[in-house]
Design a protein around this ligand. Structure first.
Ligand code: SF4
Length: 350
């Protein structure tokens, strides 16, 4: 990299606002360690300025691992011969009470894409039950629904949040990795966040899966997507996730590796582009790595997660979606956060 190019990147790092073209430059392979350190420092500064030292804790509750889709990167792939289970309302309630007893006030209901698990007739009483148990923020990460279905969930059960990841924004790769099922419909998925926002969902999380495509291409597409949502559907508040593919039943190792350094570069570049947007970090990442990167840009972290239906009240992981890397308990995680100078917050920080 020439001195002039280094100077250009330094100028971007120190700007108040950056463009998507400048964001692309921050993701360049030419960014050396010195520049990356400066990006990290600026990213931390922006994060503290907007979010202070609060880190919200959330936890997923998996209630159904049946799925009709054939995503080749996922343990719940319909073609995988794994144990399947849909929790009853009583079992969901028991899992939720266990989670609440650990202090969480934010919960994420997760299910494979199956018509029964995304039926509002099931979801409305379940979401109401979560509020009765004491959760102040209830979100879903399930099959995409239509606008009217989202509207019913907001109106009849006060759904707070929707998480919907495009996985990859590259249409060709998207088609290849979604071998079968409704999820093959790229556009239906892409428009989900917009439908949710129009239906009145106040918190919407979008993202992509690191390892399917060149992450730089997906990151730029995510940035365009988020800009468009914030401009046209401004009533909702958005957050970003970029989980890395993990080991799971039936998943081979043919996916692209995204290194820790690249992950850090991406997180910091996203913070510089979106200084006011929440960013989530899941238990897919290794404990040491999580402790190092949390201060850089993140605002929400999961803790004590199980990715199997019934995984909190029962032991055994034959039902799980993927292996978590960070298995520390919520209590251990709060101690870690305090040790590194953060205030664990059990409800959504807003
Ligand atoms: S990623 Fe989602 S839709 Fe795809 S197989 Fe897994 S659970 Fe089903």
């Amino acid at each position: 990299m020439t001195t002039q190019e280094q100077f250009e990147i330094l100028k971007i790092i120190n700007s108040d606002r950056i463009t998507i073209d400048e964001f692309r430059l921050l993701l360049s392979t030419e960014v050396d360690n010195e520049l990356l350190k400066k990006m990290a420092s600026r990213s931390m500064e922006l994060t503290r300025k907007r979010f202070g030292r609060a880190i919200s804790l959330y936890i997923p509750l998996y209630y159904d691992n049946r799925c009709t889709n054939g995503c080749i990167y996922c343990g719940f792939n319909a073609k995988n011969n794994i144990s399947r289970k849909k929790l009853s309302i009583a079992e969901i309630t028991a899992e939720a009470q266990f989670i609440r007893s650990k202090g969480f006030k934010t919960i994420l209901l997760v299910a494979g894409e199956h018509p029964e698990s995304s039926n509002p007739d099931l979801l409305i009483p379940v979401i109401r039950k979560m509020h009765e148990i004491g959760f102040t923020c209830v979100s879903i990460e399930i099959a995409p629904l239509g606008e009217e279905e989202y509207r019913a969930l907001v109106r009849d059960s006060h759904l707070d949040g929707l998480y919907i990841y495009q996985e990859t924004y590259n249409r060709e790769i998207y088609d290849k990795v979604h071998a079968s099922g409704r999820k093959k419909d790229y556009d239906w998925r892409l428009m989900t966040a917009e439908r949710g926002s129009r239906a009145g969902i106040s918190k919407i999380g979008i993202g992509f899966l690191l390892g399917l495509n060149d992450f730089r291409e997906d990151a730029a597409a995510l940035a365009e997507h988020l800009n468009s949502l914030m401009k046209n559907n401004w009533k909702s508040e958005y957050s970003i996730s970029f989980p890395r593919i993990r080991n799971a039943a039936g998943v081979n190792d043919s996916f692209r590796t995204v290194t820790d350094r690249e992950f850090v570069q991406l997180a910091c570049a996203l913070r510089l582009l979106f200084p006011e947007t929440g960013m989530s970090l899941s238990t897919r990442e290794h404990p040491d790595f999580r402790d190092t990167v949390i201060p850089l840009a993140f605002t929400n972290i999961s803790a004590g997660s199980s990715t199997a239906p019934g995984g909190y009240c029962n032991t055994g992981n034959d039902l799980q979606q993927f292996e978590v890397e960070d298995s520390r308990t919520p209590e251990q995680m709060t101690q870690v956060l305090k040790k590194i100078g953060f205030d664990p917050v059990w409800k959504d920080w807003q």
